[in-house]
Ligand binder design. Structure first.
Ligand code: C5P
Length: 401
């Protein structure tokens, strides 16, 4: 389902320079086109050695520019014409050589010339061998770019095409897409510290078995991305989730409710907003068997004891952060959610139907706060997360006035 996002209708110059990560620019273009971004691609000669311009032409539906001296643009002033009609230039990947050219203001091909002639923001995603990245010349050049207000995304640590491992790997296309979305998103949570729990918890029975639930972590991860895009500093605490991690300031992986509780107690101290999306297990086995329980033909009784209610604990602190709870119910959604909001003393609770929401990519959310009931109609979780973050940002502001 296509929805309007902060990226829809944005005009982007996608610059591609020569590096093996150039192939990832094609995937990024595909993701951005899906979001309704209008892309004009400009490739350096070296980029064309790694990736055919035809690929980008086919993906974006627009001609690809590679020449400063071509006649493909009407007034032969490609460098001026392209930037005047763009919201942003994003260069993916950006080579060490191109970084050096940007730092010096060199304009010897179309991409470097239009960077110099631009009147829109410039973002680069560096990718190179770790030695090239660590070289003092590259570091000096990157500092110059920062001082020139050029935004730099990445690089990340990881395996490199040359067989080495280190800092220099380009951010993945999905991470760049998220970052670009954040770049255009209204900053509802600018400067706020937000703590989020997500996913299920796993309560071990013995060395190889445990109790888990159907939470996928999709909603919690989408909310973490949306909060981060809205300017928040996000700490995400997640139970066992099998999804790519969103880009957040701090990610802490836990297994059981007890572990999640211990981490929340530590992390909640400095946070402004706590969003408890995790489907925390209400009970855990009373005893844990370190060896595998052997099978017999006799019935086996598992004694369960209640887990701590993490949200209840946080909401009842002397100076609680702004607390947002979730209520996944299979029936009587409004009634149960409102009761929970009262019991846990929450300014906001988000209700959804468990059988529809758990594991799905789309959902419907019903919000209850002091002003009443608000329905966020059926939409992808990423879209619902954006709307929810806006709602939280507005409530948080009101509370402070
Ligand atoms: O009471 P119930 O478990 O239905 O409440 C759901 C809300 O409480 C969710 O926001 C969930 O993250 C939170 N919760 C919690 N600790 C528990 C159980 C639920 O933080 N042990």
């Amino acid at each position: 389902m296509n929805t309007i996002s902060a990226l829809t209708g944005r005009k982007l110059i996608l610059g591609i320079t020569g590096g093996i990560a150039a192939y990832k620019a094609a995937e990024l273009a595909r993701l951005l086109i899906k979001e309704g971004v209008i892309i004009q691609t400009v490739m350096t000669q070296a980029a064309c050695r790694f990736l055919g311009p035809e690929t980008l032409h086919a993906l974006t539906g627009n001609p690809v520019y590679t020449e400063l001296w071509g006649d493909s643009l009407q007034n032969s002033m490609a460098h001026i014409e392209l930037t005047r009609s763009s919201d942003v230039i994003l260069i993916v990947p950006t080579s060490a050589n191109f970084i050096a050219k940007l730092a010096q203001g060199i304009a010897d091909d179309l991409l470097s010339t239009l960077c110099l002639a631009r009147n829109c923001p410039l973002i680069i995603a560096p990718a190179m061998n770790k030695q090239m990245f660590e070289n003092p010349a590259t570091q000096r050049n990157l500092n110059t770019l920062r001082a020139d207000q050029i935004t730099i995304w990445g690089p990340a640590m990881g395996d490199q095409a040359c067989g080495e491992n280190g800092l220099g790997r380009m951010l993945e296309p999905a991470q760049l897409q998220q970052a670009l979305q954040g770049f255009f998103e209204p900053q509802w949570l600018d400067g706020k510290k937000v703590l989020i729990t997500a996913g299920p918890t796993y309560e071990p029975i013995d060395a190889v078995r445990g109790i888990i639930n159907l939470s996928s972590g999709k909603m919690g991860y989408a909310i973490a991305s949306a909060a981060s895009n809205a300017g928040a500093t996000v700490t995400l605490i997640a139970g066992p989730v099998h999804l790519p991690r969103p880009t957040v300031q701090q990610f802490i992986s836990v297994t059981s409710a007890d572990q999640m509780f211990a981490v929340v107690k530590k992390e909640v101290k400095n946070c402004d907003i706590f969003i408890s999306v995790a489907a925390v297990a209400d009970y855990r086995p009373k005893t844990y068997q370190s060896q595998k329980i052997k099978k017999s033909n006799q019935p086996l009784t598992l004694e369960l004891v209640p887990n701590p209610d993490i949200l209840q604990y946080v909401a009842h602190l002397k100076k609680p952060p702004f607390c947002v709870g979730f209520a996944a119910e299979t029936e009587k959604l409004d009634q149960y959610a409102q009761k929970k909001r009262q019991q846990k003393r929450l300014p906001l609770i988000v209700a959804n139907l468990a059988q529809q929401a758990m594991g799905a990519d789309e959902s419907t959310l019903i919000l209850f706060d002091d002003h009443g009931k608000h329905v966020l109609p059926h939409a992808p979780k990423s879209e619902l997360a954006r709307q929810l973050i806006k709602h939280i940002g507005q409530l948080f502001e009101k509370q402070g006035t």
